[in-house]
Design a protein around this ligand. Structure first.
Ligand SMILES: [Zn+2]
Length: 306
């Protein structure tokens, strides 16, 4: 018994010694301006307590990378859009801290229902799930939600969703970051025709995000050519237009993809997300104007020109 007590006394001494050293190091690091334990940007990796700090550090700015499950030519994985957009968003969050929502692939993809592996939720569910997701994000402190789109089929859905936020009052703002254009000056693309889905550009980006999932040798097993089977003016829209042009759900030629082109595209995308996140953090107007708008919308007859 006695020896145990001595051992405990000694280990207590050792503990005190270690704590003193640790505190000393902490003060030293703080003086040098070294960051303490870096917070993960992954929502799902944070503890509840760290989540609180993360929301504070991000100034309530959260990213919702939005992908889909759909065929990507004969050579890319079904999750390509989500894998790419998450790669870009998570790298952007390293430069401009934001909390990144987990895998979200519940978007618009009716046009690929004839292909294996496509998951196309109903129109109602897409809108309801997205609304409840951003509502829940906001309830947890994400007062600025940036939906980072990774899927062409969402290009109409997302502005509509953002517009419909004016339907009733919200204490948060939905921002939609659409396609980020690749600036000039990079490696020149080899494609001459449309390169819109699983072609040179998208395959190049995937060579950066997940090269292990690219089967470039299979890229020419199917045609990604444009069949142009509808003869309509450009400003006349039909849901079947995509199928009329690209029935293999493939547009372009993935065999032309290169790492250089992919890196240039991916860097531009990451840059675009960083710029958007910075602008959103600085934006104090949108929420103020939304509140003003909702207040007026409650009694339009009392609203007079400013
Ligand atoms: Zn895609």
């Amino acid at each position: 018994m006695h020896r145990v007590v001595i051992r405990e006394t000694m280990s207590l001494k050792g503990l005190v010694h270690n704590v003193v050293i640790a505190l000393g190091l902490l003060v030293f690091c703080a003086q040098l301006g070294w960051p303490q334990a870096r917070l993960s940007a992954h929502w799902e990796d944070l503890t509840a307590d760290d989540f609180r700090s993360a929301i504070k550090q991000s100034q309530g700015t959260c990213l919702l990378p939005f992908g889909i499950l759909e065929k990507h030519g004969p050579h890319l994985p079904l999750g390509t859009d989500l894998l790419d957009v998450r790669y870009a968003a998570l790298h952007a969050a390293e430069q401009e801290y934001a909390v990144v929502f987990p895998e979200y692939y519940f978007g618009q993809i009716f046009e690929a229902r004839h292909e294996p592996g496509t998951v196309a939720y109903s129109r109602q569910l897409q809108l309801q799930l997205l609304q409840e997701t951003t509502d829940e994000m906001a309830r947890n402190g994400c007062k600025k939600v940036i939906i980072v789109n990774g899927h062409g089929g969402n290009e109409h859905l997302l502005p509509f969703f953002a517009q419909s936020q004016l339907e009733k009052p919200h204490d948060y703002v939905v921002y939609v970051l659409g396609r980020v254009e690749t600036p000039p000056g990079g490696p020149k693309a080899k494609s001459s025709g449309p390169d819109w889905h699983a072609g040179e550009a998208e395959t190049s980006a995937m060579l950066i995000a997940h090269p292990e999932l690219v089967h470039q040798d299979r890229a020419r097993r199917e045609s990604g050519g444009d069949l142009g089977r509808q003869k309509l003016p450009e400003n006349v829209y039909t849901g079947i237009w995509w199928y009329a042009r690209f029935p293999n759900h493939y547009s372009g030629d993935g065999s032309l993809a290169t790492l250089d082109f992919g890196q240039f595209k991916m860097n531009a995308w990451i840059d675009g997300i960083v710029k958007a996140a910075r602008a959103v953090k600085a934006d104090q107007e949108s929420l103020r104007l939304q509140n003003e708008f909702f207040e007026k919308a409650a009694h339009p007859l009392d609203t007079h020109p400013e």
